[in-house]
Design a protein around this ligand. Structure first.
Ligand code: AMP
Length: 198
């Protein structure tokens, strides 16, 4: 299990790699990078210079924050790994996600595509297995993540997922609420064991 919320030092951000995303989302990613730097929280992320991930990392770095990028070697060119930040090159996508998990005490999710979805599902499925109780904060502008939450609820309604699973993350609508939500830690009751109950 990871560190307690009050010892939060290092935050992994999952977000889209597309430069064609809504400019408001790209601005929000940069705002988050700056607020992590101001809070002295290290940013752990996918290592690329593109899309929301690049916007977040460049802003964190330029604001004096500590940044660790973790990128598989075959994506170094495609995701334009940032030279300006410390970058760890790994062999596989699986290793990248394992390293995210080892290096982070909290997770933030910004709008993203299929890669972000894959990362979210693994993180929350590991929570479902009680492999961690780390704070997970979704930034949800324009209710971006509502269809995903509805799908999770659908699996609860079908008695395939325990109801307590729906308390395993926090949702915020404003970027400035992300860091306070991380420090607040998981919601009350979110420490419930989920492995056995459906
Ligand atoms: P996307 O949301 O599709 O723009 O992808 C966001 C990030 O997730 C990019 O850095 C992708 O390389 C990464 N990603 C995509 N698929 C995976 C995967 N299976 N495991 C780990 N990272 C992934």
């Amino acid at each position: 299990m990871g560190a307690a919320p009050n010892s939060l030092t290092s935050v992994c951000v999952f977000c889209g790699s597309s430069d064609a995303a809504d400019p408001a989302y790209l601005r929000a990613a940069a705002d988050l990078g700056r607020s992590l730097a101001e809070a002295k929280l290290r940013l752990v992320y996918g290592g690329g210079g593109v899309g929301l991930m690049g916007a977040c990392a460049v802003a964190a770095h330029e604001a004096g924050g500590d940044v660790l990028g973790i990128i598989p070697h075959f994506l170094q060119g495609k995701e334009r790994a940032l030279d300006m930040v410390k970058t760890e090159v790994v062999a596989t996508m699986h290793e990248r996600k394992q390293r995210f998990f080892e290096e982070s005490d909290g997770f933030v999710i910004l709008p993203g595509g299929i890669g972000t979805l894959e990362e979210i599902v693994e993180l929350l499925s590991w929570r479902r297995l009680d492999l961690h109780h780390l704070p997970v904060v979704f930034y949800n502008p324009d209710n971006f993540w509502a269809p995903l939450f509805a799908l999770f609820q659908h699996t609860v309604d079908a008695k395939l997922t325990p109801p307590a699973f729906m308390g395993a993350w926090t949702v915020v609508d404003r970027v400035e609420d992300i860091v306070p939500a991380l420090f607040a830690g998981p919601k009350a009751g979110a420490d419930k064991l989920l492995t056995s109950i459906v």
